[in-house]
Every structure is written in C-alpha cells, then in structure tokens.
Design a protein around this ligand. Structure first.
Ligand code: GLU
Length: 506
C-alpha cells in the first residue's frame, strides 16, 4: 500500500510552529517511505476563515523546503484539496448515513439545546451532551413522526445532521505512538456531521477526505486524540473500516520551562517566536513574530523542530532535511510533551550559520547594508562575513555587531579605557600611526609586523596595547582578529581612528 499522509490545517490564522512540526513529521514520513505528502485545506468553518492564512502556509513550506506532492496549488489526482469545494461529496455521505439509519436530522433550536443542557445539569448528569439518552427528549427524526420530519425538511427550517452513536459499544484504536486507546461509546456524543449552513463539521469532512484521498496514516497533534474514537466510529458507519488509516498523535509542545502548553502569550512575554514567519492578523490586527525574520535559517528550524519530540537514537544532532528523511521513524517519537527550548534553536542556528559560505552570507549582508545606505564592495562584504560568522547567532548581527567596519566608533568601551589608556599607550599609538602612514597597503601580516616593531622600539609587548588598540579601532572590547579588521579598514582609516581616539579619549 502506498504511504499517503496529509497535513490538514484550517486557515484560521498564522500557522503555529506546532503545526509546522506536524507538517514536517508528515513530510519526513512520506519521503522516508517513498510516499506522498498532501496539503489539504480544512476551511469548512467559514466564521473562522482568515484571509491570507492559506498563502502563509504555502510560503512557510516554500521557505522550509517542505514541498507537498498534492494540494490546491500543487496538483494531484484527488482534488479538490480545499474542503469548501467538496460540499456535494460530504452531503452525499451524510445522506448515506441517514438512509442507513446511522445518522438523523435534528431540528432543535439553540434555546432548546440550552434548555437540554440545563436540564441535564440540574439532574446532575455526568454528560451534558446530545447523546443516545438525551436525544430521546429532543426534536429529531428519531422522536418525531415521519410526516412531521418531512414537513419540517420541506419548510426550510434550520436543521443539522447528527451521528447516531449506539450505546455500550467499545471503540478502540491502536495509536502508533500512544498504543491502545479504548473508549466506551457511552462517552461519545451524537456529534453534528452537517451544520445548518449545509457545510460539514470537521469530523465528517476529515474522515470522508482521508478515505477518498486514500490517506494511509494520520499524523497529527495530540489535541486530536479525543476525536479519534469518533473518527473510528465514522469509518465503521461508512463501511470503510478495512481501509481506515493508522493514527499517530504527536506529543504536545510545552513552554521552555516545561510548565504548560507552548503559547503565543508566553512567547511574546519572553521575546521568542512561535510562528515560522511574521504575521499581521487582518482580523484582530495582532502581530506575531516569525523565526524567519528573527534570522533563523530554514535548515536550523527544521532540524530544531525535528528534534522536538523525536530522537534519532544516536548522539547525532545536526541533520539536513535529507538526513532527517533517512533517519526518521514514528517509533522514535516520544510520548511525553516536548519542551520548546529556544536556546537550543539558537544553537542550531549558530551551527548552520558557521557552515554557510561567506559568499552566500554576503548576499543578505549586502542587502542589509543597502537598506542602511552603507556602501560596500562585494569583496569586503564577503571578508566581513568570514570574520564575523562564527561569532554571531543570527545573520543580521553581522551588521549590528560589526558597524565599526563602516563607521568610526563614537564611544569607547569605558572599562578598557579605564584600565588601559595611559601616556605610554598614547605614545605607542602615535608611533604606530606614523608607521602606518608610510605603508602602501595594509594586510593582516603587515599590520601585525609593523605594530610589533613599534612595540619593540618602546621595549614593550603586545599585552600593553592590544586591547586598547581594539577599542580605539572598534569601540568594543571583543571581536574577530584585530589585524584582519585593520587590513579591511586600510592604513588611512586606521590612522584616522587613532587620531580620533587620541583627541577624544580623555
Ligand atoms: N483541521 C484540523 C486542524 O486544524 C486537522 C486535524 C487533523 O489533522 O485531523 O488541525
């Protein structure tokens, strides 16, 4: 049997990072098994539809390199891949269930439903839901005479179609991660399958589509585990039990401290992203920050997400997407929730940043310089990236922390100044400046050689001036190789900066 898995988001806002992980695991599982990864848009809840949410998902996938094999904009033989375009299909199966006595019409008004809940509450019933017991007192095609049902249907009053769940049936499934899950049908209510607007609910649409799209494995978040027995019942009622997909419910993502579910609120408070990309919600105007805009590399994010809830069974931590495909297996997914350790995400980013070629990094760096109206040759940009990339977590920090490659410092690290700025150093710097003036071009080697000979003249060593010279040139106490920095700045600029320091440091 061909492996066919799907990611089935509802376009109700930005795709949460937990959704991205679900999509990634589906993708990895599909590729590992030479199967297909399908993107299906579950947009039957029209009230919650948010403009742009679908494009956001596709863009996130493009950025991360998780390419669906089938979907609205990806083609495939099982379309349409958007549920709002499959209305007639759901109606057909709802009708089949009605005809076979496995579903029924319910005409209860919101007030009647509320009254029912109140009645059950007053009676201290365990479940205050519409089920095999409470339905007997409600207005539905099981309690009303057939002629009246016909009349009501023809009159155009609002009605829903509910699943007729029988009592005392044990419903079970074997989840690939959680093992055996068993529930008594007494705890499953008569869920609405078709709403009064003629659209299906999630449950019906999801099961019908998984069947028709020949989905072999349903890999989704743990929050859907409580719905799984109902879905199993639906497969049985629709006569599709033999080809029912296997289920795998993924562990929750927890806050970094492990206390509770990962949330946007908590993430905002602590300043880390929980969305792949920036998002401005057109409905509530809420802003969400994205990993992409924060400077995370797609390879780092997929690697980080893959390790949240899965482990390779070895010490290896760094995996390209292809290596993840090779190593992935559902067996190695953990049952317990996964802490969203943002420091680990940063660590992954550093590892990938180090391995990017200087030339590739320079492309983005040059863009950033342009945005800031800073002129720079490609050659210099490449060299700066090479010097800085091991010292930063995010590409933009090359600019943020390396402004001294372009601007003379206006401030000097006060601690170093306090400790190291003295008359002897000033004299050495004066002489170094003179030495530089006579040099045609400055390389890291010549910068160092000439500094050493000045120091020799003064009968002292590097320790005396190195840190202060760094502060004079960059303003900062730390950074990459100072000789390389000076070589990039050139002899003229270095002597100007020494002059500036001599004039400005008290
Ligand atoms: N539309 C559901 C969601 O938004 C899909 C759940 C499932 O994968 O079955 O997560």
């Amino acid at each position: 049997m061909e492996v066919r898995v799907r990611f089935a988001p509802s376009p109700t806002g930005a795709l949460h990072i937990g959704g991205v992980r679900t999509a990634l695991y589906n993708y990895l599982f599909a590729k590992k098994n030479n199967g297909k990864f399908i993107l299906r848009i579950e947009d039957t809840d029209q009230n919650r539809f948010v403009e742009g949410a679908e494009d956001y998902i596709e863009e996130a996938f493009r950025w991360l390199g998780i390419d669906p094999d089938e979907g609205v904009n990806y083609g495939g033989d099982f379309g349409p891949y958007k549920q709002s375009e499959r209305k007639a299909t759901y109606q057909k199966y709802a009708q089949q269930l009605i005809d076979e006595g496995k579903a029924y019409y319910a005409f209860d008004t919101p007030e009647e439903l509320e009254a029912m809940r109140q009645r059950l509450k007053d009676a201290k019933a365990d479940n205050q839901v519409y089920d095999s017991l409470s339905r007997q007192k409600m207005r539905n095609s099981l309690t009303l005479p057939e002629t009246e049902v016909q009349k009501l249907l023809e009159s155009g009053v609002a009605y829903v179609i509910r699943l007729k769940v029988d009592r005392e049936v044990e419903v079970g499934l074997t989840d690939m991660i959680r093992g055996m899950v068993k529930v008594s049908s007494n705890n499953i209510d008569d869920k609405v399958l078709m709403k009064s607007d003629g659209l299906p609910t999630y449950h019906l649409a999801n099961v019908v589509d998984d069947h028709l799209m020949q989905i072999s494995h349903v890999i989704r978040g743990e929050e859907w585990l409580p719905s799984a027995p109902l879905h199993v019942l639906l497969y049985q009622y629709l006569g599709w039990e033999d080809t029912m997909p296997q289920f795998a419910h993924l562990p929750l993502l927890l806050k970094p401290d492990g206390n509770g579910k990962l949330s946007k609120r908590d993430a905002d408070k602590h300043g880390y992203p929980v969305f792949p990309m920036d998002w401005n919600d057109p409905k509530n105007h809420e802003k969400s920050m994205g990993f992409r805009e924060q400077g995370y590399l797609p390879e780092a994010l997929t690697n980080f997400l893959a390790m949240l809830g899965w482990n390779p069974g070895t010490e290896q931590e760094l995996f390209t997407l292809n290596e993840l495909v090779e190593s992935f297996s559902i067996v190695r997914i953990n049952k317990s929730g996964a802490k969203f350790d943002i420091e680990k995400a940063k660590w992954f980013n550093q590892q990938y940043l180090k391995n990017i070629s200087n030339e590739q990094l320079a492309v983005g760096f040059l863009d950033l310089l342009k945005e800031n109206d800073v002129a720079c040759t490609e050659e210099k940009a490449v060299a700066i990236c090479g010097l800085m990339k091991e010292r930063v977590t995010f590409p933009q920090e090359i600019w943020e922390n390396g402004r001294y490659f372009f601007f003379q410092p206006e401030e000097y690290d006060p601690k170093v100044v306090k400790k190291k700025w003295n008359d002897e150093v000033k004299l050495i710097l004066e002489d170094y400046k003179k030495a530089l003036k006579s040099m045609e071009s400055l390389t890291a080697v010549s910068a160092s050689e000439s500094l050493n000979s000045v120091l020799e003249m003064h009968g002292t060593g590097l320790g005396k001036v190195m840190q202060m010279l760094r502060v004079v040139i960059t303003g900062l106490a730390g950074g990459p190789d100072l000789m390389e920095i000076m070589a990039l700045l050139g002899a003229g600029e270095v002597s100007n900066r020494i002059d500036h320091a001599l004039e400005n440091i008290a």
